[in-house]
Design a protein around this ligand. Structure first.
Ligand code: COA
Length: 337
């Protein structure tokens, strides 16, 4: 069986209109704009109106990708949604998106891999294209992190924002498309970044709610050190095994959790600033949405052109680690969207 190459042929994004600045957070918790900027690089983040579900953001990003590419929802074969903030435990957000989009022929499912979710979903979607099973796969990363943030915990609530990004995958015969992926998990790191209750281990109860266990909990320092090491390791490993050098990378699209993590990875890889996408200042960490939102920023800044070698990397709760290497195909784009 000859394998096709999966190409990214469309891109869409959505962030809610409402912006929460560091000054807004100063009024909620004991923090300062200066602390947040210098420790994380974040100035502001987009946040939903309370009660806005994840599927709403996912659908808007998907619609943008489909409209720009002229593909109609009923042409989609498969929808994969990466998220840790699904509308509800079940049905999956992919089912809700399928219905809202009226993607009448599509099946779908969710992937839970936190900040690596989009890259895991991209790899999974690409496999369905490569085998020839499907011709049009929608891969969406979407999270409403504000729905699980504890606004009494200054160490976590300042870090995250809401958003969604989507790509369309289609088969191609050329040199462009997804070249390789490399993923790892290290489940021993689970307790360093997690939401303790709400699952089968600790179903929701008055006690879990009173103990604020339905929010993100993180040992920031531990996650930071792991992320710095792994982001660079996985990036170097995927380059080595595909025979590329860091000099050949045109764009490094790293998960946006902390500016210092991105800069450390950049330095370890020996990449110049001009090859690194950064939008954490405007969005914060949007979990599964950060990589497609970063691709959208690169499109806005005209830093992505067909043929470019794009290295994407992420580290997230789990721990999950991901890297995907892409020869960029070019996508229709409208910066105003
Ligand atoms: C969270 C993070 C920004 C904290 O930065 P840090 O330099 O490690 O800071 P520390 O956790 O050591 O905290 C330093 C001090 O700042 C305080 N602090 C924490 N959050 C604060 C805030 N928002 N405002 C002001 N002070 C804060 C702490 O209480 C601590 O005070 P203390 O020294 O009196 O105890 C950083 O650890 C980080 O980014 N971690 C990784 C996060 C991440 O990537 N998560 C997602 C993975 S996908």
């Amino acid at each position: 069986m000859s394998l096709k190459r999966a190409r990214i042929t469309a891109l869409g994004r959505y962030v809610p209109e409402r912006v929460m600045t560091n000054a807004d957070l100063e009024r909620i918790v004991d923090t300062s704009d200066e602390w947040i900027r210098t420790r994380t690089g974040i100035r502001e983040r987009h946040v939903v109106e309370p009660g806005t579900p994840c599927s709403e953001l996912a659908v808007r990003a998907a619609r943008m990708a489909l409209e720009l590419s002229g593909v109609s929802p009923d042409e989609i074969d498969l929808i994969i949604v990466a998220t840790v903030t699904p509308d509800m435990p079940f049905p999956s957000t992919a089912c809700l998106v399928q219905d809202k989009l009226k993607a009448t022929r599509a099946w779908g499912f969710d992937i839970s891999a936190a900040c690596s979710g989009f890259l895991y979903a991209l790899t999974q979607g690409a496999a369905f294209i490569q085998t020839g099973a499907h011709r049009k796969v929608l891969v969406i990363g979407a999270d409403v992190m504000t729905s699980i943030l504890d606004y009494k915990d200054r160490a976590t609530c300042v870090l995250f924002g809401d958003g969604a990004g989507a790509v369309l995958l289609e088969p191609g015969e050329g040199e462009d498309g997804i070249l390789d992926f490399l993923h790892e998990v290290d489940g021993s790191g689970g307790s360093f970044l997690h939401m303790p209750a709400g699952g089968s281990a600790r179903p929701a109860s008055h006690e879990t709610v009173d103990a604020r266990m339905h929010f993100v909990r993180q040992d920031g320092g531990h996650v930071f050190k792991y992320a710095v090491r792994k982001m660079a390791d996985v990036s170097r490993h995927i380059l080595d095994r595909t025979g590329f050098t860091a000099e050949q990378v045109d764009l490094f699209v790293a998960h946006q959790a902390n500016l210092r993590i991105i800069d450390a990875a950049k330095e370890r890889l020996g990449l110049p600033e001009a090859k690194v996408v950064k939008n954490i200042d405007r969005y914060g960490n949007t979990t599964a949405a950060t990589i497609p939102l970063a691709l959208a920023t690169a499109m806005d800044e005209k830093r992505l052109k067909p043929g470019d070698l794009v290295l994407m990397a992420s580290v997230g709760a789990g721990f999950t680690v991901g890297s995907v290497l892409v020869r960029w195909s070019g996508v229709p784009w409208s910066a105003s969207s």
